[in-house]
Design a protein around this ligand. Structure first.
Ligand SMILES: NC(=O)c1ccc[n+]([C@@H]2O[C@H](COP(=O)([O-])OP(=O)(O)OC[C@H]3O[C@@H](n4cnc5c(N)ncnc54)[C@H](OP(=O)(O)O)[C@@H]3O)[C@@H](O)[C@H]2O)c1
Length: 284
């Protein structure tokens, strides 16, 4: 990490870089002391960062001086992801619709070292239900279980989770029964289960709003920048409002979510379903 990101994060003028360097105290390889505050550089892994919201979140975090590892479904999308996000040093490859590739991706994430935060962003919308369940529900579950525990976990949900079925369609293994709204409720259930089971980890869900990405479409009415900042803020901020767990955010504010997602009975049912389908148990 150069000083450029640090200047941006601390609000320093880059023009006065030389003059300002003398006031920065290097505490450790990842921590600086400047203007009476500690600035800590975080390492963040973001799924589905070849496009859309989290390609933008990756840029935002890199501009703040953090280190971001990207993820894409295949090598070609990986190459494009690196082109889109200057400053990202690495991209990991794995098709999240494939259970074995998702497990392999988790192993590769771990091989690169510990992450401070993981943003589970990858998602699909207007595709067959089985694919929706694989990418939106099962992949974040598998990655959560298999990636070495970070300090912060952020899960991209949607306002449509309110229309999801908390009864898990009678606990069916037929994943074609679960649609997009169900999958976005699943991710809230997962984030709340993690918050309950891993008290040392900040685990939260985010509704980015209906925003104009490939998924949201050109006519989406919500603010794209605001759809990006919450997940980046939750990943790195030392604000007390960001260092919380088991919450659901919209535009950096806590919002109402389906209360069933906070119910341990629903959570256990959900985790058991994912374990049976993926063969991966949730770590105690
Ligand atoms: N946009 C909205 O209005 C909106 C609203 C509410 C919630 N959300 C949620 O926000 C998140 C990001 O959405 P977005 O709007 O940024 O969508 P997007 O532009 O379609 O980006 C989705 C990302 O997920 C990746 N992805 C999809 N399937 C994958 C697979 N099988 N393996 C690996 N990567 C895969 C995509 O890769 P490719 O580019 O290669 O397909 C892309 O990088 C999603 O979880 C979505 O449900 C979005």
């Amino acid at each position: 990490m150069g000083f450029t990101g640090l200047f941006r994060q601390s609000g320093l003028s880059h023009k006065n870089k030389r003059k300002n360097i003398q006031y920065i105290l290097l505490i450790g390889p990842e921590t600086f002391f400047f203007r009476n505050c500690f600035i800590q550089m975080a390492r963040i892994f973001i799924t589905g960062s070849s496009d859309g919201l989290d390609s933008m979140a990756a840029k935002l975090l890199i501009n703040q001086g953090h280190r971001v590892v990207l993820h894409a479904r295949n090598a070609e999308r990986g190459r494009q992801a690196l082109e889109k996000v200057p400053g990202a040093k690495k991209v990991l490859i794995g098709d999240l619709s494939n259970i074995e590739e998702t497990k392999q991706l988790a192993a590769e994430v771990n091989a690169t070292g510990h992450f401070d935060a993981v943003i589970h962003n990858a998602g699909v919308y207007q595709v067959p239900n089985k694919l929706i369940f694989a990418v939106n529900t099962l992949a974040p579950y598998i990655l959560t279980c298999l990636i070495q525990r970070p300090e912060r976990l952020i899960y991209l949900s949607s306002g449509l989770h309110l229309q999801g079925d908390p009864g898990l369609k009678d606990f069916s293994h037929d994943t074609s029964r679960y649609g997009y709204s169900d999958s976005k409720l699943h991710i809230v259930i997962l984030s709340m289960a993690v918050a309950r089971k891993w008290p040392g980890v900040y685990s939260n869900a985010v509704n980015p709003g209906w925003v104009p990405t490939k998924m949201g479409g050109k006519g989406a009415p919500d603010n794209l920048e605001k759809g990006v900042e919450t997940q980046a803020w939750l990943a790195v901020s030392n604000d007390k409002e960001a260092k919380v767990s088991g919450r659901y955010f919209y535009h950096m504010r806590e919002e109402y979510f389906r209360p069933e997602a906070g119910d341990p009975v629903v959570q256990e049912k959900f985790l058991a379903l994912c374990e049976q389908i993926s063969g991966v148990g949730f770590p105690a």
